[in-house]
Design a protein around this ligand. Sequence first.
Ligand SMILES: Cc1cc2nc3c(=O)[nH]c(=O)nc-3n(C[C@H](O)[C@H](O)[C@H](O)COP(=O)(O)OP(=O)(O)OC[C@H]3O[C@@H](n4cnc5c(N)ncnc54)[C@H](O)[C@@H]3O)c2cc1C
Length: 261
Amino acid sequence: MYENIAKHIQDNGGIINLNTELTKIITREHMAAGVVIKDKLTKQTIIKDFDIIVSTDNFKDMLASMDELPTAIKDNVERLEYRSTIFVYVEINPNSILNDQYCYVLEPKMHTGRYTNFASWSKDLKLSNNKDMLVLEYWCKFNDGFWNQSDKQLSELAINDLMIMNCIDRKDIYRTTIVKYKDTYPFYPLNSSSILDPIYDETKKYKNLYFIGRCGTHKYNNQDHSILMGLLCADRIKGDDSINVWAVNTDPTFQEERLVD
Ligand SMILES: Cc1cc2nc3c(=O)[nH]c(=O)nc-3n(C[C@H](O)[C@H](O)[C@H](O)COP(=O)(O)OP(=O)(O)OC[C@H]3O[C@@H](n4cnc5c(N)ncnc54)[C@H](O)[C@@H]3O)c2cc1C
């Protein structure tokens, strides 16, 4: 899917810069004017001018890079927090008990919050070595004590969690791989609207600068919210000023919770 989207963009004259980090949004008189990007391979820094900028990059980092934001807003930006995720991938011999697609874990003795068994989603996700891949997720803050544990410690923690579940023998665990992913979840403190609303109001002053997406707007979006923001943003750019992209994902109820007849 992603390859097809990339091809569609390039076939229509678009340019995709891979291995490139956006480090700054340049603004002039409350208009977005361009970006500073860094080529991660050559380490070269380049300035590019743009008429319209749509950002799905980390909201906090992008706002912090903007020179024209008032100090009070910058103070609010500084208070935005994220949760990060450590994924412990565990290759196991196929297991008929751990056969959920994914399962949230509420057992206080365990440290993981959710495990996924990829083989339960699709037989195409079974590994070529006849093993199945589980992933156990651990949520923490970037660079805290939990995050800075060694791969060996995190691997032992995950294996210990699996032993507590009592659904798998240790001999059926083949190997583990650790992946740490910074800032996966925008974090809402109790007073989040008093922090975020002034920021959202300030960003609306930039008529050619759009923030969309999950970390891009600091909203705990599902994928459908994020895609909807993209579609609405496109309509807004095309001229429909009635659209308020910030209104996506403000439902008063949790949409995954439904009463089934
Ligand atoms: C662990 C996890 C599980 C999830 N499970 C589900 C689920 O089951 N169902 C569901 O609907 N949603 C799920 N979500 C949410 C869903 O993944 C997001 O809502 C969606 O991917 C957000 O899309 P996006 O385009 O805003 O951001 P992303 O998909 O995160 O894309 C943003 C892109 O911007 C890039 N980027 C960021 N900063 C920079 C920078 N400075 N320079 C250059 N590039 C940058 C990133 O590398 C990334 O590729 C899950 C999210 C996580 C983290």
